[in-house]
Each structure stands twice: as C-alpha cells, then as structure tokens.
Design a protein around this ligand. Structure first.
Ligand code: TLP
Length: 349
C-alpha cells in the first residue's frame, strides 16, 4: 500500500482525510467519561446534536459506518427474514456479509438506476411471510448517497415514496446515509428532510465530514435504546470515547458548509475526463464527490492509469480492469484539482 506524503493528492476515498488542527485541539481538550454507561458528556452532546440536525429523537455513537448499519439492521429485524436492498448496496457488497453472518438475513436484491430502486420492483419483492417457502421482509434499506452508482442522490420525494410503500406493508426502512450531508448539499435540502421518512439512519463523520473516526445512528428513542444493547453485544460500546466525539463535533459544525467545494472539484475532474479519448464518465451520476470513470483503450487500462498517476503523486485505485473511482474531499483544494486535471490530460491526451 502506498504511504501518502505531504504533497500527495489522495483520491482513493474521502475516508483518507487527516484531522485538522481544530479537531486535534478539540480532542485534546475533550471532557470525557465512561460512554458504556452513557456517562461521556462529549459523546452525549454529539448524539444530541446529531439527532437534532437529522430531526430524530435520539442518536447512538458507533465506531464505523459498517457498525452503524449492522446495529440498525439487527435491531429492527429477526433471523430468517429478508432485507430488500439495491443490487450494489454497500451493506451487500462491502460489509463482509454482516447482514447474513450477524443478522441472519437473506438479501433480496433489486437492480437500481443510478442506485435508485423502482417502486414496482420493490413492491413485487415484498413478502409478508404467508408463503412458507419465503421469509418475511423484515426491512428495506436505501443508500444516500449511493456509493457504487457514483455518489448519486435519492431525493426527498424518492425517499418518501419508498418509505410510504414500506410502511403500508408494516416494514421499517433504514437509510445508509454514510454521505447524507453530501446528498443534502447537492439537493439543496435540509438533511432532516431526507431523514424524516426513514425509521433509522446512520451517517459517517469519517467520510466527507472529515473526522478521523465515528458514525452516528439516529432514530426514535426506544429504537436507539434497543440499538445500544445490540452495540454492546457486538463489542461496540466504547469507554472515554469523547476524545473522538470531540473531533466529530467540529466536523458536524464545520464540514457541511464546505461540501459544495468537493462537489465542484469532482465535477471539474469529470468535465476534464469526458474530453479525453477512450475515457467515459456518465456525467448524470456526478452529483456529489465521486467520479466513476471507465477507460477503454489499447494503450492504457485502469491499473496502468493508476500507476501513471502515482508518478504525479496522485493516488487512485482501480475498481475493475476498466473502472476507477475518484473521490474528492477536504484535503483536495482548488490547486490540487487543477493538478489532477493536468495530470489526467498529460497521461491520457
Ligand atoms: N465506504 C468506503 C469503503 O467502501 C472502502 C469508501 O471508501 O467509500 N456505507 C457506505 C455508503 C460507504 O461508502 C461506507 C464506506 C460504509 C457504509 C462503511 O463505512 P466504514 O468504512 O466506516 O465502516
């Protein structure tokens, strides 16, 4: 694995950001207590702030997005049920099969367009358990923004429509909102509007918001109390977690204001790429901070393009033989974006 230097532009993920001076200061000064017994004042403040921002009753701090999804899903389902999610959902592809290994659920996959599932497909996939051959649908999961589709958003209307359908069948909806603030900024809506229709949501401080560690589950108070027990069972209860929550408070206060810059940078990189021979980007998917590109040429493939970018001190990783994902974040500024565009022109022109 490459070790990024001070001049490196790391486009592998928005999880690669470094905590800034303000975060480090807040961490060093944080008032802390034993969070396992709910006594850490900084964690409690972060949970309250998060719940308020998302318009939910309560919040629960967890170490990662994976844990946020797992705890939310396990809390709302029973072993043997089915979970409906998009075919390329992060919970299905990239979370080690936790929905099956730990939650004992069978994923029922729906192909989406730009990550958005068709309502008729979802309705057809819902099972009420009356057929002994099929487990009942325990939960429907949505992802906003959708990682694999290229950071695409689900609008308030689309979110509401799927939740109305689910609720009409008595089924709860969980939102993997790892990048819900990116979605809110891109759509020009309050994040609480995107969270309002869903029963539970998790979002990450360690992606676009730029904190070093942490995710938050938000929902009704009784759900959060049940989720607290599940977090404990899987060993996710922390002790003096205020040292990390302090950085997350800074992230929550400061980052949403600047996410539009990440989106502009991604758009600039995408606009550069579409001008280059043998490279394609579906510009309709470039809505936030992710650019998915395909390179189909004799002289260069995804692997060799990433190697060529290494020489410019730009880090990217192939997603397949022909695909690369580039992600912008708070450690990629205007000048860096220009450097990336210039390097791409030199390598691919
Ligand atoms: N995504 C990561 C990893 O896939 C490597 C990335 O770089 O994009 N939901 C979504 C939509 C995510 O994109 C991720 C992380 C997670 C959940 C899991 O979060 P963590 O990594 O904190 O467990």
């Amino acid at each position: 694995m490459p070790m990024p230097g001070t001049n490196t532009i790391d486009l592998r993920s928005d999880t690669k950001t470094q905590p800034d001076a303000q975060m480090r200061l807040a961490m060093s000064e944080a008032e802390v207590g034993d969070d396992k017994s709910n006594e850490d004042p900084t964690v409690r403040r972060l949970e309250e702030m998060s719940a308020e921002v998302l318009g939910k009753e309560a919040g629960l701090f967890v170490v990662s997005g994976t844990m946020g999804n797992l705890v939310s899903i396990k809390t709302q389902t029973r072993p043997g049920q089915e979970i409906i999610c998009e075919r390329q959902a992060h919970i299905y592809l990239w979370e080690g099969g936790g929905i099956s290994v730990i939650c004992d659920l069978l994923p029922r996959l729906i192909p989406g367009v730009h990550g958005v599932m068709d309502l008729d497909d979802v309705e057809a996939a819902i099972s009420n358990g009356s057929n002994v051959h099929v487990g009942a649908t325990g939960l429907i999961e949505i992802e906003n923004t959708h990682n694999m589709a290229g950071g695409t958003t689900l609008s308030v209307e689309q979110t509401r429509a799927i939740c109305d359908l689910a609720h009409a069948h008595g089924i709860p909806v969980h939102c993997d909102g790892a990048r819900i603030f990116n979605a809110a900024v891109a759509l020009g809506v309050d994040p609480a509007e995107l969270a309002a229709p869903v029963d539970s949501i998790q979002f990450c401080f360690s992606k676009g918001l730029g904190a070093p560690v942490g995710s938050m589950i938000c929902g009704p108070r009784d759900f959060i109390e049940a989720a607290r027990s599940v977090r404990n069972v899987i060993g996710g209860a922390m002790r003096q977690a205020g040292v990390i929550a302090a950085a997350c408070i800074v992230a929550l206060d400061e980052a949403p204001k600047r996410l539009h810059e990440d989106h502009e940078h991604a758009r600039k990189i995408a606009d550069t790429l579409v001008e280059l021979p043998g490279v394609s980007v579906d510009l309709a998917t470039v809505q936030t901070n992710i650019v998915n590109l395909e390179v189909r040429r004799e002289d260069v493939d995804a692997q060799s393009l990433c190697h060529a970018l290494d020489a410019y001190d730009i880090l990217a990783i192939p997603r397949s033989d022909v695909e690369i994902r580039l992600v912008t974040h708070k450690n990629v500024n205007d000048e860096d974006t220009e450097r990336v565009c210039q390097a791409l022109r030199e390598v691919l022109a």
